[in-house]
Design a protein around this ligand. Sequence first.
Ligand code: HT7
Ligand code: ZN
Length: 875
Amino acid sequence: PVAIHREDYAPPAYWIDTVDLTFDLDPAKTRVLNRMRIRRNADASNQPLRLHGDELNLARVLVDGQGASFRIEGDQLVLENLPDAFELEVFTTCQPAKNTKLMGLFVSQDTFFTQCEAEGFRRITYFLDRPDVMASYSVLMRASKDQYPVLLSNGNLVEEGDLADGRHFAKWVDPFKKPSYLFALVAGKLVAREQRVKGRSGRDHLLQVYVRAGDLDKTEHAMNSLIRSIVWDEARFGLSLDLDRFMIVATSDFNMGAMENKGLNIFNTKYVLANQATATDADYANIESVVGHEYFHNWTGDRVTCRDWFQLSLKEGLTVFRDQEFSQDLCAEASARAVKRIEDVRVLRSVQFPEDAGPMAHPVRPDSYIEISNFYTVTIYEKGAEVVRMMQTLVGREGFAAGMKLYFERHDGQAVTCDDFAQAIADANPHSDLTRLLPQFKRWYSQAGTPRLKARGTYDAAERVYTLHFDQSCPPTPGQSNKDPFVIPVNVGLIGASGRELLATQTLVVTQAGETFDFAGVDEEPVPSILRGFSAPVVLEFDYSDEQLLTLLAHDTDPFNRWEAAQRLGLRAAMAAIDAAPGAGAPVLSNDFIEAMRRVLTDTSLDAAFKELVLTLPSETYIAEQLETVDPQRVHAVREAMRARLATALHAEWQQAFEDNRDTGAYSPDPRSAGRRALAGMALVSLCLAARESGDTVWPGKTLQRFKDAGNMTDRFNALHALVSSGHALAAQALASFHAMFKDEALVIDKWFALQAGAPDRGGDVLPLVRQLMKHPDFSIKNPNRARSVIFSYCSANPGAFHRPDAAGYVFWSDRVIELDAINPQVAARLARGLDRWSKLVEPYRGAAREAIARIAARPDLSKDTLEVVTRALQ
Ligand code: HT7
Ligand code: ZN
């Protein structure tokens, strides 16, 4: 397969102004008639028209109503000797029922859906399937009225009616020009929750959330989230809904979370359906942020889109930033905002940082790709959002809003680049550091890798001056051996030894490889609180003493750095235990650390959600990232020992925490109640773990009772999790009753599978269990959610069970990648990322992992998705 390079971008040789599509929908063979008005691009060189296609059966091609000569070259339909402007009619068929890739037009539970981003439209019809070709669409759909009573597409319904033979039709016209990746169609037996709302300017909108008949009682939260999103975007950025009708449709077969098709968002059911009996607090929060994310794309993605797919972060990084801000702004309390920020940073550091250090590392604006689907990554999304966040830090919140306004004034209706976005933010803030440093700042877009920021401090008591010195560097990444310095906004405050804040937050802008900053009028030797709020996506190294970290944990006014201090202490303890000779007998946690955790757990001024985050030890993947070479079993054993120690040493406090937070009253997913449930759940896990060590049966019994009595899914699932993760005998009974209770709720059954596949390994028991789960009648590898709940939960989220000295986990993984690749290459390629960090492993894991990757790479007929991932892993 050939790589596509950003530098080779050229405007299209033709423009497509209008597209009139007629669909005769049939699962076995759908007929698509595509009439386009096309004109030559006067600015481009004179070339043939090359339309993209993928797995289409071509029946007819007419130019201006006449049979035309054409040829098929690979996947392209090529026409030559065309007039400057003409009508092209292409008639094709496709087979939606056989479409297991879930790209293009596919069938899920007897309903037609489309997924066109990034290159799925070419699986529906021949087209210039690239985001800079924006056209006006009209869509005529015809289908059996009985089987497909609801017919939806983008824009407005302009006509509908009955046809002969029990068929009916609907015609939709989208008032906005759009790229083909935003096209959508849905046809099936669906019902909708509806709500009419008025925008700030008084415009009426009809909002609809479409689901299958039995799921209507699970749509209230999604609808409320949509309304909150509309209100927020008007208030924060002055951006209003531009459509009369905005629809969300849920499908249980979907490769990703959701898709922002203009006016017709298609969602994975996981991010729509919720009621208190079936969804956890985390599900509620995810639904709110994904509904927000897709809605915000209406401006950042749909109204202003990407010139080419290298600019993907233009819409994704910016829209993640917007959904993160939305979720934070919905928090009534500052502490809840901080909790959200910590959660976002946790994802960035435990998933994106490893990506940036591995074989798939790429800049936020990549330079090349083989398969664009492989670049829907945490770097494009989450690191991209951090780049936008740094811009906001450098120009201020108001300045950023002004920059957004200018961006839309300049580029509404256009397909643009990351440069255009950065330029608009800078131009709206002419006196800002961002504008002064713009070319250097844009290295965040062009250089991959996570910068290291080494800081050291000196205090001159006589002069009352504290000096902070920074050195920055960035490790090499594939294709980029040397990096130039980044612009790094570093939020800093100073704390006195007794906990008094000596200096409130200031933003330092580090631009050099080495740079020094002085703080005058500092009365005592301070503890620096550096990178407050995680103001830049860097690894900060500072040689804190344990006492200094304990001071920050107890007193920092910045909640992020309070949490960070505990993470540093936990990480330090883990590293020391990993370095110590196995069986040396040294305690895995110091008394100071345990006492600090006791103080946090009993501190009545702290929110439960914050306590839960502080008491969660750094993850195994995060610990592994800090090591030169990784023995995954050692990392797992050490972390488990640390968890067990915290569980037993704080037994009385866990009991109290459970009692204090066990009852949250009538269910509401608000951050405060959710935080209390999270802490009660963590307490149960700890109490069951401690019971395992001591042989006590009281807490497992109480946990089973709580599982039975729970009034909401969060409490029920947390109790089940406590039994399963402590390996208690009562877990089997609870698991069986959970399955019986929720056998008709697919999303809950996903949780049931995931919990078991992700359970701590005891003597190698998880892999046989996973094999058994794959034989369960409810398992289907073709359904991405189900495949993720079993296979990904084991291979990508259960390192202690997956990294087996006998390599059986890796063999299982390679078998599944190969199996999935023939069904759904996008899902397979995600799974194929599971051993990205193989080269850090110690033997025998390293050699076995390499062999498993090579085994996949050696398969003939591998999709380019999976081939790109495994080839890069082996380089
Ligand atoms: N923009 C959407 C991307 C997406 C996607 C990409 C490839 C294959 C399937 C997909 N489904 C959705 C998602 C988003 O960021 O909003
Ligand atoms: Zn997105």
